[in-house]
Design a protein around this ligand. Sequence first.
Ligand SMILES: [Fe+2]
Ligand SMILES: [Fe+2]
Length: 194
Amino acid sequence: MTDRQTVPELMDEKDVVELLLAQHSLIRDLFDEVERASAEDRPEAFQRLVRLLAVHETAEEEIVHPYARRKIDGGDAVVDDRLAEENEAKQLLMTMDKAGVDDPEFTANLALLRGAVTAHARSEERYEFTQLRARTSPAERRAMAVGVKAAEAIAPTHPHAGVESATKNLLVGTPVAMMDRARDVIRQAMGKTG
Ligand SMILES: [Fe+2]
Ligand SMILES: [Fe+2]
């Protein structure tokens, strides 16, 4: 794996769909890492996964879904289904975060979460992103990428030595706190307030 794939803040894609697809594959990699992590490394690996999921799903909710709702055929239904899937995963993520990585149910819940997130990503790719790409201009997709990249910058997944602690804006706290923070950063980057 190259740095470009493993450190999202270094991804140079300028197209929102390409960025989100790259994050989907990064999310799969992080699930692998949490599954394989030793007991000692698991908290940090899980934290990285939670951070990327928080940033990724929040960016979709703030930027991509509202756009898809307006632009694609049957947009309302497609987006409502995606939001329901995201909420399901979010609930599970909050339960897991609260219980911690030492919870006896952690491994079973991780498998459930992975199944839900993977199915959700596949549905986005199939029913939402393909149409979105067909119905937007490269300039529109570049404009949407700005918010995704701003959010990515606070969720480094594999920083090299010293980088993580040097990232002042690193996302911390509960998944809900991370999502709130990501939302603020995205709205600021997209020039929206509140
Ligand atoms: Fe999503
Ligand atoms: Fe996604």
